[in-house]
Structures are given as structure tokens and as C-alpha cells.
Design a protein around this ligand. Structure first.
Ligand code: HEC
Length: 176
């Protein structure tokens, strides 16, 4: 009887091992951390902050094409601005077809003395706010505390005046 159990266990072990190795073999050939690399933040101030400061630090991104560091800005943002765009946003700006899903724009707002006052962010999240161009808005202080986030009425009201340009002031991003 004991011999029978031992043989049966061995047979089951072999079957499981073969099936398991086959299953592992058949997994799609992806880099294991691909899902992490592609991770985009939730439309939430804290998650966006993590994404733009630690996961994909925005200061390593491209700046808005044609705008250098500390270009002059208007009210309410600040006397000087530096604006960074992620790859999706940069690509969209070049295509003039509206801003694609996953576009992020990070703008540093400086006063007349070139002191950083706030960081304002627009993040395009498909389906997030169909009445407002699907933009998630966030405002942080210079220490990256969240001052406001979400479908911020104040931001939407003013940027709504350039709705035809996908709520963007800084440059033309649509063919309209
Ligand atoms: C009274 C109008 C007004 C309000 C309110 C406003 N903005 Fe803006 N925003 C502008 C203007 C004008 C620009 C173009 C840059 C400049 O000249 O200052 C701009 C530019 C931006 C940009 C760069 C991309 C673009 O649209 O050109 C971001 C990001 C941004 N604003 C975020 C915000 C956020 C977040 C809020 C709310 C917390 C907000 N803005 C509130 C007028 C406004």
C-alpha cells in the first residue's frame, strides 16, 4: 500500500511539473516589469505627484516646444513659467490633433523674483470628465503639498475659454 501511494505521488508530481513548466513557457514574452513601467497614475493628486516626481521625474521631460526655461507668463499663473510635457503630450502637440489620452503637462509657476510659487498640472484621462475635455487638474505648493485637485471649477472656467484648443493656452494643439 505504501509503495502504491509513493508511486502515485511521484506520478502526480511529474504531471504537475510538466504542466507547470509548459504553462510558464507559454506566458507571453514580456519584460516582467512592463506593467509597472507603463503604469499611469490614477486621477488623484497623490498618485499624480508620485508619478511626476519619483516614477517619471518631470524635470527630465521635454519642455513645451518653443518655450524655454522661465518664459514670461500671465495671471493667474505667474510672471515666469517653465512647462514640461510627457511623451504623449509632446507627440500630441506635434500632431495638432488634440491632446491624447495619458498626456501630462507640468507647469512651474514663478513670481517676478523667480521664486517658485506653485506647480500646476493637467493630466488627460480618457472618460474622467467628458464635459471638461477629460482633464484632471492639480495644483501643488513648492513642497508638493496638494492645494487643489480634480475637476477644479476655477481652472475649468478659465481654460474653458480655449475649449476649441483642448483647454490649452500655451500653444496650438488642434487644427481648429
Ligand atoms: C484666469 C485664467 C486661468 C485660470 C483660473 C487657470 N489658468 Fe492655467 N493657464 C492660463 C493661461 C493664460 C495659461 C498660459 C500660460 C500663461 O501665459 O500664463 C495657462 C496655462 C496652464 C497650463 C499649461 C498648459 C496650457 O493649458 O496652456 C497648465 C498645466 C495650467 N494652466 C494649469 C492650471 C490649473 C491646474 C489651474 C487651476 C488650479 C489653472 N491652470 C487655472 C489661465 C488660467
Amino acid at each position: 500500500m505504501r509503495k502504491y501511494v509513493a508511486v502515485l505521488s511521484a506520478v502526480i508530481f511529474v504531471i504537475v511539473a510538466v504542466v507547470a513548466s509548459y504553462a510558464v513557457d507559454k506566458q507571453p514574452p514580456i519584460f516582467p516589469y512592463e506593467s509597472v513601467i507603463k503604469h499611469m497614475p490614477w486621477a488623484a493628486g497623490g498618485d499624480v505627484r508620485y508619478h511626476i516626481t519619483i516614477h517619471k521625474p518631470y524635470r527630465k521631460w521635454a519642455q513645451w516646444p518653443g518655450k524655454g526655461e522661465m518664459y514670461p507668463g500671465k495671471e493667474p499663473h505667474g510672471a515666469f513659467l517653465t512647462t514640461y510635457v510627457n511623451e504623449a503630450a509632446l507627440d500630441s502637440i506635434k500632431k495638432l490633433n488634440g491632446m491624447a489620452d495619458k498626456s501630462i503637462i507640468v507647469k512651474e509657476n514663478y513670481d517676478a523674483n523667480k521664486t517658485l510659487m506653485a506647480i500646476t498640472v493637467m493630466y488627460k484621462v480618457k472618460g474622467y470628465n467628458t464635459d471638461g475635455g477629460d482633464w484632471f487638474w492639480a495644483k501643488y505648493d513648492p513642497k508638493f503639498n496638494i492645494l487643489a485637485e480634480g475637476k477644479i471649477e476655477d481652472c475649468l472656467k478659465c481654460h474653458g475659454s480655449v475649449k476649441d484648443n483642448d483647454y490649452i493656452f500655451t500653444g496650438k494643439v488642434t487644427g481648429k
